[in-house]
Design a protein around this ligand. Structure first.
Ligand SMILES: [Zn+2]
Length: 73
């Protein structure tokens, strides 16, 4: 009810990648995410899945980068 009157109050709940974030409303726990174009869209189970994959890819990439960094020292 609160949100339908005042709108959602989204806070970042997870940083998936540099560009993709997940948001959660502090009042009703509605979840949103940003897609590849940076648009805010509802976080459906499908997008939860996509974000989980993106997160894994992103973590691997970061890990590889740091490994390369260690290697060059
Ligand atoms: Zn809300």
């Amino acid at each position: 009810m609160y949100c339908s009157l005042f709108g959602h109050d989204f806070q970042i709940s997870k940083k998936v990648t540099q560009h993709v974030r997940e948001f959660k409303c502090t009042h009703c726990n509605a979840q949103m995410t940003t897609n590849g174009q940076g648009k805010l869209i509802p976080l459906t189970p499908k997008f939860q899945e996509i974000n989980a994959v993106l997160e894994q890819i992103n973590k691997k990439r970061l890990k590889r980068k740091s490994e390369l960094g260690d290697f060059s020292i």
